[in-house]
Design a protein around this ligand. Structure first.
Ligand code: ATR
Length: 282
């Protein structure tokens, strides 16, 4: 029987999830559809009921619904529970389970990098110093996943109170985290990993400050992938840092979601090809 999947969010027009998941179904010869639906926050409950009534087997959840969808689900996986957010829903005989693959998706994307920075709870990642710029929804998932891997975190945000809150959450879960306002400082030279999660750079604009003094051995990640190289990444590269954009994170959260739904290994290479082609065609 044909399976039905979707992604819901608002806005949703630019989502690359359909391209990636359709490529996976095609590669595996699975008869399935993947659609995207724009759902306004005030219609979320009806949209969830509608998806269930229409026989959907699961769907992805993106902004602004990742937290707001929780009351409409029956159960959360430990990952979703921990993140307090859901990016993947699975329907089993009418029961809705919320899952979160964002954090592990991020970790997998940096594991692919040669640094081995987050390669499991081993001596290489343990005690490494990661700086997270921003304290929004994306930063939260990433912070919790990195703390789980034994990295020490320093969280910086324009609204310092939100950095404080996120650092508190990480500590409450047994991690190590400090916080500060988003300004340059000694952290630039000390960080082993720097993750840019704010929306600065999405429109091609310059970053908030110069990265002068950055540790040239740091791995620098910007979760933005459109543009493929933000001015932030470009500058980090000019100082000799290894850099990574957010497309790998998008891939791996999708791979993990697909595997959660289908219960088999996802065709990662085909999904990656579909994604890079779609981005190049933008
Ligand atoms: P997401 O879920 O994608 O992380 P979000 O929750 O809206 O989105 O978070 C956006 C992040 O970008 C926040 O850390 C925000 O900082 P504030 O908490 O101070 O708002 C940050 N951000 C957005 N525009 C910014 C700007 N011009 N300068 C600095 N930080 C900015």
């Amino acid at each position: 029987m044909e399976k039905h999947f979707a992604v819901i969010g608002d806005p949703i027009g630019h989502s690359l999830s359909p391209v990636m998941h359709r490529a996976a179904f095609k590669a595996k010869g699975i008869e399935a559809e993947y659609q995207r639906f724009r759902v306004s926050p005030e219609r979320l409950k009806e949209a969830v009921e509608g998806l269930v009534s229409l026989g959907f087997d699961g769907w992805n959840v993106t902004l602004p619904h990742k937290e707001k969808i929780i009351p409409f689900l029956h159960e959360l996986t430990p990952e979703a529970e921990k993140a307090g957010a859901v990016n993947t829903v699975r329907v089993d005989h009418g029961k809705l389970t919320g899952h979160n693959t964002d954090g592990l998706g991020f970790v997998r994307s940096i594991e692919e990098d040669t640094s081995g920075l987050a390669a499991g709870k081993d001596s290489r990642s343990h005690g490494k110093y990661a700086v997270i710029l921003g304290a929004g929804g994306a930063a939260k998932g990433i912070a919790l996943a990195l703390a789980d891997r034994g990295l020490k975190l320093h969280i910086l945000n324009r609204t310092a109170g939100k950095a404080e809150e996120l650092a508190g959450l990480v500590r409450a879960r047994g991690g190590e985290a400090s916080w500060a306002e988003l300004v340059p400082g000694a952290w630039l030279g000390q960080a082993d990993l720097i993750v840019q999660t704010t929306s600065v750079g999405l429109k091609g604009e310059k970053f908030l400050f110069s990265l002068q003094g950055i540790n040239p051995r740091a791995l620098v990640v910007d979760i933005i992938f459109r543009p493929a190289e933000t001015l932030f990444l470009k500058e980090a590269k000019s100082y000799g840092c290894r850099t990574l954009n957010g497309l790998g994170m998008l891939l791996h959260q999708g791979v993990l979601a697909w595997e959660y739904w289908l219960g088999e290994q996802a065709p990662v290479a085909e999904m990656w090809t579909a994604l890079t082609k779609a981005v190049a065609a933008d």
